[in-house]
Design a protein around this ligand. Structure first.
Ligand code: SF4
Length: 358
């Protein structure tokens, strides 16, 4: 039985509208960048043509920054794909930043400066960097269990690309690039957004996996500005029906008071959303909540009083590969979370492959 939330008439989340779009001269010279400025202007944004390529006059309040988009040219170092275990062989960036306001946002510790959205105008140069990496990489290219995915390229490390697609158009271009790339390669991205319709008829040729980031009821209070989970599940169903490979990113898994039943109910909703979809290729990624001293400080500044637990005393301290500390759930709780969630996945979604728990 589909839950009421999934059978209610679809009401799309309103598309994000930037108040201001800044564009550099170099970005404006790329047709892709000029098109972004045109689409933002049509949405009512003030378009500011900068005189130089250096971004100047950036807003310093969180609220103003989150309503600003800058269209720039990705530098050669920014265009260099990076390894991204355990998700994929390589990550590459179409943009940085996101219009939503999640109290746990994983970008907080990764991006420096005010949280504006930077979108890249030189998409052809960004995509040109990918073919030389075919067959290289340490995750899917080297892992027998995931080899069928081919060389994998992750496009959502520093942004939610679907949340800004109505302005950038970059995902549609990238999906078509992979669709036309006659090779064992796969594009992956994760999203909390629901405006999937413009992507449904693209010739993706099975080379894109769209993963929907979902969480248990009770966590939506931490996800300001993002579409509600039933909207994401509807979008996942539509993507599956259109022939996309799909995925669930269950993240961040939180130590909610009723977490076993809350996450079990989430997986039941996911199964209901996928009922009667033909031959889906479905993966699941399970990611527990973690934070660093740096991300905690940034997030508490952005979202004071969010109520999200970020108490080092309740966590285990672990060193990252870069030598900095991160705070994760204690070992016993991690083991319990893993066992219960994997059991719920197996029961509700027996066709799914769990890629990793972290
Ligand atoms: S949707 Fe994702 S990227 Fe955007 S604010 Fe939320 S956690 Fe951050």
């Amino acid at each position: 039985m589909l839950s009421e939330a999934l059978t209610a008439p679809a009401r799309l989340h309103p598309p994000w509208k930037p108040k201001r779009l800044l564009i550099t001269p170099s970005a404006l010279s790329w047709p892709h960048g000029a098109a972004m400025a045109g689409r933002a202007a049509a949405l009512g944004a003030e378009v500011v043509r900068l005189k130089a390529d250096r971004l100047a006059g950036l807003p310093d309040t969180y609220r103003d920054a989150k309503s600003t988009m800058a269209v720039v040219v990705a530098s050669p170092s920014r265009r260099k794909p990076q390894p991204i275990p355990p998700s994929a062989d390589w990550s590459f960036d179409l943009a940085e930043g996101c219009p939503a306001h999640c109290a746990y946002c994983y970008l907080a510790g990764s991006l420096a400066g005010p949280p504006i959205i930077r979108a890249y105008a030189n998409l052809p140069e960004i995509l040109d960097a990918l073919p030389p990496l075919l067959g290289q990489g340490q995750v899917t290219s080297r892992n027998a269990a995931r080899a069928a995915e081919g060389t994998t390229f992750e496009a959502s490390c520093y942004t939610d690309p679907l949340g800004i697609e109505h302005i950038t158009g970059s995902l549609a271009e990238t999906i078509q690039f992979f669709g036309a790339w006659d090779a064992e390669a796969q594009l992956r991205f994760t999203t909390k957004y629901d405006a999937i319709e413009p992507l449904l008829d693209l010739p993706s040729n099975g080379r894109t996996r769209i993963r929907f980031s979902v969480n248990a009821r009770g966590t939506e209070r931490f996800e300001g500005g993002a579409p509600r989970v039933p909207n994401r599940l509807r979008a996942m169903r539509e993507a599956a029906m259109a022939g996309y490979r799909i995925g669930l990113t269950i993240a961040p898994i939180l130590n909610l008071p009723d977490w076993p039943s809350a996450y079990d109910a989430l997986l039941a909703d996911c199964a209901a959303a996928l009922r009667d979809t033909p031959e889906i290729d479905l993966t699941v990624e399970l990611i527990t909540h973690r934070f660093t001293e740096g991300s905690r400080e940034v997030l508490q500044g952005w979202h004071p009083g969010s109520g999200l637990e970020m108490d080092p005393a309740q966590r285990s301290r672990k060193l990252t590969k870069f030598g900095s500390a991160k705070y994760v759930f204690p070992k016993a709780l991690m083991a319990e979370l893993r066992a219960r969630l994997e059991e719920s996945v197996a029961r509700h979604l027996p066709q799914a492959r769990v890629l990793y728990f972290t």
